[in-house]
Write a protein that binds this ligand. Structure first.
Ligand SMILES: [Zn+2]
Length: 123
């Protein structure tokens, strides 16, 4: 059972465009990262072990990143990753994204580009 629910976008259009560009640049591999807030929104792409069907952030990268964001009072607003294969919903393996910021932007491959879709986790 999946608990992701698609919702309307809450991030500014410029940020969604930036996320789309990151997905295009990573294609055919998945991309992954965070959207954070400190005075304005910032996208934080994370280095990952990626394939066309999976993405994994090394905990040795992720944990210090989360620590630094917290230490500098930077608020995690959302996480994001892409689906170059066009799958329109988070997969079972994507459940872990619920831990970061409460909403998730999935970038779905569509018509040679990527379409952002916003999901929230409801438990
Ligand atoms: Zn996925």
């Amino acid at each position: 059972m999946t608990l992701w629910t698609e919702t309307s976008h809450s991030l500014p259009k410029e940020i969604l465009c930036e996320l789309t560009s990151i997905a295009v640049a990573s294609h055919p591999y998945e991309c992954v990262g965070l959207v954070v807030w400190r005075r304005r929104y910032w996208t934080v792409p994370l280095p990952a072990i990626a394939s066309p069907r999976s993405v994994l952030v090394d905990p040795a990268v992720l944990i210090p990143t989360l620590y630094l964001l917290d230490h500098h009072s930077v608020c995690i607003v959302a996480s994001f990753h892409s689906h170059p294969n066009g799958l329109e919903r988070p997969s079972k393996l994507d459940d872990g994204f619920r831990l970061y910021g409460g909403s998730h932007i999935l970038l779905v491959r569509e018509h040679e580009s990527f379409t952002p879709r916003t999901f929230i986790w409801s438990s």
